[in-house]
Design a protein around this ligand. Structure first.
Ligand SMILES: Nc1nc2c(ncn2[C@@H]2O[C@H](COP(=O)(O)OP(=O)(O)OP(=O)(O)O)[C@@H](O)[C@H]2O)c(=O)[nH]1
Length: 563
């Protein structure tokens, strides 16, 4: 057996083959339904409804898989049955059944022809051209990789001070006082970004010139920021020509530089869009799923509408793609049911159906559905339509779950996530620690330097917490200057060392307001599971420990004594 992973083309070919292989059985069932109906039209009316569904589904799937002739015949049969269903029983003519039998025969011969076709060689079906780049695809739950920053500046004291401050923000920093050493380092190991001075002893724009040169030699763009003692046209133009994204004049605030570095190193890992497909036709669901997965999305397929609530809760989709006609319940009913739950009011629901009747599409959308994508889909259009709506959902959800100043989880979300993490720790029998962290004498910072400067301090501590802890730890802004953190799979001893390290680093960051500089500190209390088994008890214990830290003089971390 070949171990080479299948290409998208091969996977789609397999789905199409599987659909064709099932055709004889489905046509046999259709014949049976027709015979039942003919035997007793009054008693077996349900058989004709089934027959309608069979033709409708053959039409939709047929078009989806590019079997247009087969889909045309199924569509013709579907409209025959539709007309029949609209008539009163007496007016059913014998001729009607003959027409349907003839169409069934045509379908059978189509099925035979298709069974002999080499689908791997058949390129009649469009495949998507759109593919997300690797950075946009899933990142594992792990430590955020520390970004490597090179600073090149000939003022040793300034540059070493800046390096220390940026390290506190979670960057790995190396600095160079000469452009030659910088050049060599870039060739040996490419940094994630560069902070470059402009003026060096060998020339007024020697720094930016070196940067431009190294990019030319390596043929690669280096994300870069200029930090210069000069603010003139020549220096700024040289920075633009060297491809620098921002220009700071000295002395620059470390937080401002860290924020600019975040921007140019595209710090936030991209979490793939999560799409739930509800379709009773597994091959069609699988086909759409392949298209979306190929574009970097994560897809969950559901063929039983009855499981939709569990799937919504477990999978937390950014968007639901819903088939309109399903035997158990219609897409219309299902979307109404979903919309009746307050937590899913804003969840985008999009119908995916072969229904082309505008009136029917319109009434299907009356229940607050976002859109209607008609089968057969054009792969790139499906990806674009889904990505656009999922992105909007993400933005909306982010507003709902994150604190607007710091970007950390807000109070409600933090509490919910902690509850969930605790349940998970119990299941996996892992330890975890909860940290309550509070800035020291923060009122004084606000009173002395103003609220805007106070906000900068809040931003700095938030940034440190986000970048120095693991991706799967939970960091939330619990109140004004209070933060709640949940550290997973960690012992209290390791947690206290970790938070103490952050505390020491944070207390060395120099903030400035006008010409005045100041530092700030925090106190923290830590509690742990399994010492405490309920989320509320964990929080109370961490809070008590925090108050003990404040009582003992602030700027320290205290472990809950379990009392
Ligand atoms: N700048 C700014 N300040 C805030 C924000 N939210 C809360 N604060 C301030 O945080 C300060 C909290 O003060 P206190 O509760 O007295 O605590 P503290 O001065 O930090 O003293 P200790 O906690 O005992 O060390 C108040 O001045 C609030 O106005 C915010 O979003 N931005």
């Amino acid at each position: 057996m070949s171990s080479t992973p299948s290409t998208l083309q091969e996977k789609i070919a397999r789905l199409r083959t599987s659909f064709i292989a099932q055709l004889p059985k489905r046509l046999e069932e259709a014949q049976h339904q027709l015979a039942l109906f003919q035997a007793d039209p009054c008693m077996n009316r349900v058989a004709v409804v089934e027959l309608y569904r069979t033709f409708h589904s053959l039409k939709g799937t047929g078009y989806s898989f590019g079997f247009n002739e087969l889909a045309d015949i199924a569509g013709e049969a579907e409209s025959y049955i539709q007309k029949m269903l609209n008539l009163v029983d007496e007016s059913v003519s014998a001729d009607w059944a003959d027409q349907v039998i003839a169409l069934l025969q045509k379908l059978s011969s189509q099925a035979q022809t298709l069974a002999c076709t080499d689908l791997l060689d058949d390129h009649s079906l469009l495949t998507p051209s759109f593919k997300m780049n690797e950075e946009q695809q899933a990142q594992p739950d792990a430590l955020i990789k520390q970004k490597l920053i090179y600073i090149c500046d000939d003022e040793l004291e300034q540059v070493s001070h800046l390096s220390c401050q940026l390290r506190c923000f979670g960057y790995q920093v190396e600095f160079f006082t000469e452009t030659e050493a910088f050049d060599e380092a870039v060739v040996l190991k490419r940094p994630d970004a560069v902070i470059m001075d402009v003026h060096f002893p060998q020339g007024r724009t020697a720094g930016t010139d070196a940067l431009a040169q190294i990019q030319k030699v390596t043929g690669q763009h280096l994300p870069a920021i200029v930090l210069s003692g000069f603010d003139n046209f020549e220096a700024r133009l040289s920075a633009v020509r060297a491809g620098c994204q921002s220009y700071f004049t000295k002395p620059a605030k470390p937080l401002a530089l860290a924020t600019a570095l975040d921007d140019i190193t595209n710090d936030d890992p991209f979490e793939p869009y999560r799409i739930l497909i509800v379709d009773d036709e597994p091959e069609v669901a699988q086909y759409h799923s392949l298209i979306l997965e190929n574009a970097g999305m994560r897809v969950y397929q559901l063929s039983e509408p009855a499981n939709v609530l569990a799937a919504l809760q477990e999978f937390r989709p950014d968007l639901v793609l819903l088939d309109v006609y399903m035997p158990e319940c219609t897409g219309l009913e299902l979307s109404t049911l979903i919309r009746q739950l307050p937590e899913y009011l804003s969840l985008p629901i999009v119908y995916l159906s072969s229904e082309t009747d505008r009136q029917k599409q319109f009434s299907a959308m009356q229940v607050g559905v976002e859109g209607f994508i008609t089968k057969p889909v054009i792969p790139d259009e499906l990806v674009a339509a889904v990505a656009l709506r999922a992105e909007r959902m993400r933005a909306l959800r982010s507003l709902m779950i994150r604190d607007s100043l710091t970007g950390l989880y807000n109070h409600t979300t933090t509490t919910e996530l902690i509850e969930a993490a605790l349940s998970q720790a119990k299941r996996k029998q892992e330890t975890l620690c909860m940290v309550m962290l509070d800035l020291d004498s923060f009122k004084q910072v606000n009173d002395t330097y103003g609220h805007v400067v106070g906000d900068q301090v809040l931003l700095a501590i938030s940034r440190i917490l986000r970048h120095r802890l693991r991706l799967n730890d939970i960091v939330g802004r619990y109140g004004g200057e209070e933060f709640a953190i949940l550290l997973k799979d960690i012992t209290p001893e390791v947690a206290i060392n970790l938070i103490n390290q952050l505390r020491e680093d944070f207390s060395t960051i120099r903030f400035s307001s006008d010409d005045r500089e100041f530092t700030c500190s925090f106190s923290a209390g830590i509690s742990s599971f399994p010492n405490h088994t309920r989320a509320e008890d964990l929080r109370i214990a961490a809070d008590k420990a925090l108050y003990r830290a404040k009582d003992k003089g602030r700027n320290q971390v205290v472990l809950d004594d379990g009392l």
